[in-house]
Design a protein around this ligand. Structure first.
Ligand SMILES: NC(=O)c1ccc[n+]([C@@H]2O[C@H](COP(=O)([O-])OP(=O)(O)OC[C@H]3O[C@@H](n4cnc5c(N)ncnc54)[C@H](O)[C@@H]3O)[C@@H](O)[C@H]2O)c1
Length: 443
């Protein structure tokens, strides 16, 4: 099938390459010339396990092309995926300018029937706006072509994106006529073999489903973070509590890890955007506000522990910081807790020596040569002349450090752990001061 994907970021690139891998003829179009040039020269803009090889294989086979030529891209596809960003507007609602710009582009060049598929995370009612934009643009061209607009939100996780796309838990299709559902079913057939994964519904419900999923996951995290702070005050260990409640199949173990807050390109903006959507229809989404507030506060928890340990005086101290990406297996630093932590440490007069297995280039792009920040190439380098260690992202490589060597390297033999990676009793035995999240009074 002929597929065009607008946007070659996380979602567009993964969608394009996976659809090409199963035999479709895919053109990915982006407005970022540098990104497209890089992709055409074999440089993949993001780190995502398995993506690099898959892109190159499919480029070689001729099934996957990258371009900035929107006209050629529109002429190519019957299916047109919109997979561009929907960043927060000034007031927190989703900024739809990129989505609507794509709708206009499609309508500007289309000359026959198209299926326009909203894959970006967009507020309820966006498909209507996309439809209206296409109608108006076709009108101004004085032409009349048939088209359908479908909502097909994406649920992939960064770090496991290829797998998630190839073997999705569900494929949500929101459409207002059976013809489009059948077309999408045919396109997704290769990903729907072992059992029925397609959940068809009306467009508005599909749009809301994506926000509901992210808001639920963010709620689980904030709930656990709230309890971790309480556990600390009560002298309980949140890790024991986590096991205690996770074993209940109604609750489950996933997304109940306490930590130093959630980040990334989705949860923060999607919770906020859903809150705004609620506001626009006159509803106060109190739970969502609380989820967001708890998360903001949680990003400061490690800083509070650091300040308490040093009696508020961290000027001149050097902190080794492990983990910049908002979670492991990605180089994405959007809304990452690491950013709040390192910026605040530096603002207070401390120095930070930061290392991440995959996000160093991204950190360089964001911070360049920021005073007080040294971006280093290894765990060892981060520890050189450091006073203390701060662990922010739970990359596997940080899980079992040589604590004896750490103790000799750190001037103050203290670890602030935002992901509860270590055993408090082992560190106590080693004579290392250890601050974690929600692990009793000493935490
Ligand atoms: N990143 C994720 O894990 C994830 C998961 C599910 C859903 N989503 C949603 O998918 C959407 C895209 O997210 P992303 O992380 O892939 O974004 P991204 O920022 O990585 O990529 C967006 C791309 O769109 C391009 N673009 C902007 N305007 C364009 C236009 N008019 N024509 C063609 N390309 C254009 C940009 O240059 C950029 O390369 C968002 O709505 C996001 O919320 C993201």
């Amino acid at each position: 099938m002929k597929v065009t994907v607008f946007g070659s970021g996380y979602v567009g690139l993964v969608t394009g390459v996976c659809l090409a891998e199963v035999g479709n003829d895919v053109v990915c179009v982006d407005i970022d010339q540098q990104k497209i040039d890089n992709l055409n020269n074999g440089v993949i803009p993001i780190y995502e396990p398995g993506l690099d090889a898959l892109v190159k294989d499919n480029q070689k086979s001729g099934r996957l092309q990258f371009t900035t030529d929107a006209k050629q891209a529109v002429e190519h596809g019957v299916f047109h995926f919109i997979a561009v960003g929907t960043p927060p507007d000034e007031d927190g609602s989703a900024d739809l300018q990129y989505v609507l710009a794509v709708a206009e582009t499609i309508a500007t060049y289309m000359s026959d029937y198209k299926v326009v598929i909203d894959k970006s995370t967009v507020p309820v009612g966006t498909a209507d706006k996309v439809k209206e934009k296409i109608i108006q643009t076709l009108k101004s061209r004085k032409v009349n072509h048939e088209f359908d607009v479908v909502s097909n939100p994406e649920f992939l996780k960064e770090g496991a994106a290829i797998d998630d796309f190839m073997k999705p838990d569900r494929i949500v299709i929101g459409a207002d006529n059976p013809r489009t559902i059948e077309l999408l079913k045919a396109l997704y057939a290769p990903f729907n073999r072992s059992h029925e994964r397609i959940i068809a519904m009306d467009i508005r419900s599909a749009e809301l489903t994506k926000y509901a999923a992210n808001a639920m996951l963010a709620t689980k995290i904030s709930f656990m973070n709230e309890l971790s702070n309480l556990a600390e005050l009560l002298g309980a260990d949140i890790e024991k509590v986590r096991n205690g409640i996770g074993s209940d199949s109604r609750i489950g173990y996933s997304f109940i890890y306490p930590g130093c807050g959630y980040g990334g390109s989705c949860f923060p903006k999607d919770v906020q955007a859903l809150e705004k959507t609620a506001e626009q229809v006159g509803y106060k989404a109190e739970l969502l506000q609380a989820v967001e507030n708890v998360n903001h506060r949680q990003k400061l928890v490690l800083l509070n522990k650091i300040n308490k340990h040093y009696n508020g005086d961290i000027k001149g101290k050097t902190f080794a910081l492990w983990g910049l990406a908002f979670k492991p297996k990605t180089d994405d630093m959007r809304e990452a807790p690491s950013r709040v932590i390192l910026e605040s440490l530096i603002e207070s007069g401390a120095r930070v020596q930061a290392f991440d297995p995959e996000a160093m280039e991204e950190a360089e792009r964001i911070y360049g040569s920021k005073a007080g920040l040294k971006l280093v190439g290894s765990v060892d380098e981060s520890l050189e002349n450091a006073d203390a260690l701060v662990v922010v992202t739970e990359w596997k490589t940080f899980w079992s450090p040589d604590f004896d060597s750490l103790k000799t390297k750190l001037k103050d033999a203290v670890i602030f752990d935002g992901r509860n990676l270590y055993q408090p009793n082992i560190l106590e035995e080693k004579g290392i001061a250890y601050y974690a999240i929600g692990r009793g009074r000493s935490a």
